[in-house]
Every structure is written in C-alpha cells, then in structure tokens.
Design a binder for this molecule. Structure first.
Ligand code: GLN
Length: 308
C-alpha cells in the first residue's frame, strides 16, 4: 500500500461507512450505553510502523473481549503451550460468547475466545514478576506503546452485574480447571475487559501480531514470537464469536471483536487494523466494524486464502 492513497482511501471509507446504520449499543451495563452511536474510528498500522487513521480513532472505549487474545498470548508466555492447552481447548464453539461451552467430561472450555475460556486463561496469567493485573496492563502497554488504564466505572458495573460470568467461574472451579478463587479470576477478567483502548491502539496491537510479536514503533516485544501463530490461529477460528466462520470466509483475516464496538484484525506480515463503532449486531460484533473490514479486504484483495 502506498502512503497517500491509503489515507485517501480511509477518508473515503469513513465517509461511506458514516452512512451505514443498524445495530444497537451494548446495554448489559449502563456505562456502555453512554457511547455515541455515531463514533467511527478506523486505523491501520503497518508492520513497519506507519500509522494511518481517520475519524474517532483516538476516542477511548473499553477493549472488552479483544483482551482475550492478548491475555491468551500472555498465558502462553507464562505457562507454555501444554499447560494452557490442558486447561483451555482450541475448538470453535459455534456458540455465543457467554455460552457455557465446556467439554462434558473435563470441563475444559472449548476455546480462549469465549468467556469461559477467557476466564480460565486469565487465571493462568501469573509469574513471580508482578501481580497479574499489573502484568496485563504492562503487556497491553507493550502492544500499544503507552501506559494503559482501566475504566473503573465499567469494571465496577461488570463486577456488580456479572453473575453469569461468576457462575461460569464457579463451574470451572468445580471441574478443577480453575485452581484458585473464582472471584479473583472474574475480578481480573472484568478488569481486563475494562482496559481503555482506541482504534489506533487496536491497529498497533494488530501490527505487533503482524510483526512477529514486536511493536513496530517502539521495538518492544509484546508477545514472544513463538506464540504469535497460536494467538492468530484462535483469532481466525474463534475470534468473532458465532460469526467466526462467516468472518474468515468473507474477510479472511484473523480478528477479535469486543462489545465495546472494537475490532482488531491482522494481516500477518503486513498490518494491523483497528475499527471502532459502538452499534453491534445480534452476535455482538460492530456492524460498521465488520463492514469496514469486509470492504478493506475486498478492495485490496487481502483475503489470506486468496491466491490471485
Ligand atoms: N465483559 C463482557 C462479558 O464478559 C465482554 C464480552 C464481550 O466483549 N463479548 O460479558
């Protein structure tokens, strides 16, 4: 992609997508309903560190489920592949993000991109260096290149109302998938979901994954290289909730979405793409986010499985 044409393209895309309506803002907690449905930010960060952005690309919002991909990478780094696989599978569930998709005999969650798997994964973020929340925030900072914080109102509200997630955590504890306090695991999970990001951040996070785990702007290792393919693989198969099959079919890039309205997509070796638009479809994916990614993939012929 040449420089000016990319910026021109994004301006045009932004103008067109601003006309696309549909979807509803997440309302399972009041804090999320304060989002402006018209917010629309798009950013691309290349694997060599160029950033293009349009619209509300610097508007903060909560990362929500996109954090699952980052936490999965950190758990792999902390525990190694076998220990993580023993607790969380890698099969798409085809079910909603808050489904109780556990293997019947073992209680192992189907994959790390649904809530059950994410709660089990987050509990695996631990080593001797620092408390898990600090490590999660530091890891996010490695990906984005700046200090990160949590939207405490969103966190507290999630914690207040998160009975289903808490129930899932207790079930996981019953099966021995969680080996310590379910309350501690959900607290950490709610905090990780409430980390504030921008579309620009998501693009850079994607660019780190596109660049073998190294932040292309700062040179910081955000994720050990040997786990990058694993994180991208589960994003490809499970990253867009129960639209994951349709997504990889139509867009052809690993991606992860969150109910805050963000989508992070990655073209390995090339770039990270961050889109932010709060109205969601019935499966919890950003309506205009999906549209943006579909158009970018189609307009530039970026489907990973295309040989043209
Ligand atoms: N905090 C939300 C939850 O656990 C995140 C869900 C999401 O982004 N899909 O329900």
């Amino acid at each position: 992609m040449a420089t000016a044409p990319v910026q021109d393209y994004l301006e045009q895309l932004h103008a067109e997508l601003a006309q696309v309506s549909g979807g509803t803002i997440a309302d399972y907690i009041p804090e999320l309903t304060r989002a402006d449905p018209n917010w629309l930010g798009i950013a691309i960060a290349t694997a060599d560190g160029h950033i293009y952005q349009v619209g509300d690309s610097r508007q903060p919002f909560t990362v929500q489920s996109i954090s699952k991909a980052i936490a999965y990478g950190l758990a792999l780094s902390d525990q190694g592949l076998d220990a993580v696989l023993a607790k969380v599978g890698v099969e798409p569930s085809g079910e909603a993000f808050n489904s109780i998709s556990l293997e019947p005999d073992t209680g192992r969650p189907m994959n790390p991109m649904i809530n059950a798997g994410a709660i089990a994964t987050t509990a695996l973020v631990r080593d001797d260096r620092a408390p898990p929340l600090e490590r999660l925030l530091a890891t996010f900072a490695g990906y984005t290149g700046h200090a990160m914080d949590i939207d405490t109102a969103v966190f507290e509200s999630e914690r207040e109302t998160g009975h289903r997630n808490r129930a899932i955590a207790h079930l996981l504890r019953g099966y021995g998938i969680l080996e310590s306090s379910p309350e501690a695991a959900t607290d950490l999970y709610f905090q990780q979901c409430a980390i504030r990001v921008t579309a620009r951040d998501l693009a850079l996070m994607g660019a780190c994954l596109a660049n073998g785990g190294v932040n292309p702007v700062t040179g910081v290792v955000a994720l050990k290289r040997r786990y990058v393919d694993k994180v991208l693989a589960v994003m490809s198969t499970c990253g867009m909730y129960d639209y994951s099959g349709g997504w990889i079919f139509n867009v052809g890039m690993p991606a992860k979405s969150g109910v805050g309205g963000g989508i992070m997509a990655v073209l390995p070796g090339q770039f990270g793409l961050g889109v932010f638009s709060p109205p969601l479809d019935a499966k919890g994916n950003s309506v205009r986010g999906i549209e943006a990614c579909e158009r970018i993939s189609r307009d530039f012929g970026l489907h990973l499985f295309s040989v043209a």
